[in-house]
Design a protein around this ligand. Structure first.
Ligand SMILES: Nc1nc2c(c(=O)[nH]1)N[C@H]1C(S)=C(S)[C@@H](COP(=O)(O)OP(=O)(O)OC[C@H]3O[C@@H](n4cnc5c(N)ncnc54)[C@H](O)[C@@H]3O)O[C@H]1N2
Ligand code: MOO
Length: 406
């Protein structure tokens, strides 16, 4: 009886949970934390704004100095941004620039557009005056701590660090931030028929697509990826490679992912190399990505993905990526949407199908290629994985389906 997609995903979560907990945190420059989760709560070391400042270019005034129908004030020394102004005397208005500190005594700003004359006087001019309309206290003043007060929680542990969150940390004067140490993944592609892109392609051979496809996926998901060359179909050679990155290594990898060699052929190199290790090779009720290997090799969590490129991507998106989101807090889960089919669709009974499609701006889903797990060109056109549950065999045009946006 094949295992359900949900049960297999849970098994991957449990497999990775231990590896995630032994990793510590590390402090990195802000930009190196882009896309990663915050490891610890961050409290504001200062208030934002740190001082009351003007929201407009205009005149800082004591609001009680201007009668309801407007009045004339003498012009004080201007306050540029970055300066520490002297206190504002009664009967005076100080030219003030956006972001400049509100002088002591002032409690409001009148924008230059509302002043008469509507331009700032020459700073060297003596006895300049300005006519200003009445203004309520607090107008165009950005008070100390009006965004966040010193000591308040700025970002909670687990928050995904995007541009806005990193910008806040910078505004708080922080140059570095604590993020979890990433998991180190050993990625091994296998197969006698598989050669590196750029090498000569002789009859019967194909280029390694899985290595690049999965390494790119893993980098996007925040993993540190260690690549070996392509392993051929000799189990002893694969064993030697895996031993060198686990038992014999000073710093063993945290996770192993292989591709190929897990189904029912005569030369299933991964299956053979894993003999004697607590690894299950089992069918998951999903297509593509049905045959899966899962367990530990020399104590290191191991995932054996099937060899077809689309099967690899689907295995990563359906199992490893969501498990990483759950146990590491990153990457952010895929955006799930309900969209409508442009065309009818059929799907095998009893298997959760993951088809590839493109969702256009109108919310209509067009399929890219058929169900075949070798269709990398169609995959490259798609922007969504289409989720068709195992009990659904026919869908009409216009039917609602769930997609995971890539
Ligand atoms: N008798 C059965 N045969 C197959 C079954 C089955 O249940 N019974 N399952 C099929 C399914 S579904 C899949 S998926 C594959 C999985 O096969 P393996 O994981 O053993 O992978 P391979 O046989 O090594 O390769 C499968 C396919 O993918 C190509 N490949 C492999 N590595 C790469 C790579 N790095 N880059 C690009 N393409 C790669 C390989 O040439 C094969 O065409 O088994 C089915 N068979
Ligand atoms: O499950 Mo295989 O991954 O369909 O092609």
């Amino acid at each position: 009886m094949p295992r359900s997609v949900a049960n297999h995903r849970q098994a991957v979560v449990e497999l990775l949970a231990g590896a995630a907990t032994i990793k510590g945190n590390r402090r990195v420059p802000l930009l190196d934390a882009l896309g990663k989760p915050l490891a610890v709560d961050v409290h504001a070391p200062l208030s934002l704004p740190p001082f009351a400042n003007s929201q407009m270019d205009g005149f800082a005034v004591r609001s009680q100095d201007i009668p309801d129908d407007g009045g004339q004030l003498r012009v004080a020394a201007p306050v540029p941004a970055g300066a520490t102004p002297t206190a504002l005397k009664a009967g005076y208005a100080a030219p003030i620039m956006t972001g400049a500190m509100i002088p002591e005594g002032a409690d409001a700003v009148v924008p230059i557009e509302k002043a008469s004359p509507g331009t700032f006087p020459d700073p060297t001019a003596r006895d300049a005056v300005v006519d200003l309309p009445a203004v309520a206290p607090g107008t165009y003043v950005r008070n100390t701590g009006s965004d966040i007060r010193k000591g308040a929680l700025a970002l909670a542990a687990g928050t995904l660090l995007g541009p806005a969150q990193l910008g806040l940390l910078a505004a708080l004067g922080l140059a570095t931030v604590e993020v979890p140490e990433p998991l180190r993944v050993l990625l091994v592609t296998t197969g006698d028929e598989v050669v590196e892109p750029g090498e000569e392609l002789t009859p019967g051979k194909i280029f390694d697509s899985n290595g690049t496809l999965l390494e790119a996926s893993m980098i996007q998901a925040g993993l540190d990826v260690v690549r070996t060359g392509i392993s051929d179909d000799d189990p002893a050679e694969l064993l030697a490679v895996l031993d060198s990155f686990t038992r014999e290594a000073d710093h063993p990898v945290d996770v192993i992912v292989t591709t190929g060699g897990v189904s029912k052929g005569a030369y299933e190199v991964v299956r053979q190399a894993m003999a004697g290790q607590p690894v299950d090779f089992l069918p998951v009720a999903m297509q593509p990505g049905g045959p899966q290997g899962l367990g530990t090799f020399n104590g290191v969590p191991f995932l054996g993905f099937p060899g077809n490129p689309v099967s690899c991507l689907v295995s990563f998106e359906m199992f490893l990526r969501p498990a990483l989101s759950e146990v590491m807090g990153t990457p952010a889960p895929r955006l799930v949407q309900k969209v409508h089919l442009a065309e009818p669709l059929s799907s095998p009974d009893g298997k959760h199908q993951v088809r590839r499609g493109t969702v256009a701006g109108d919310g209509i889903l067009r399929m890219e290629g058929g169900a075949g797990s070798h269709l990398v060109h169609a995959l490259a056109r798609a922007n969504a994985l289409v989720q068709i549950p195992g009990d659904v065999t026919e869908l009409t045009a216009g039917a609602e389906v769930e997609v995971w946006m890539l």
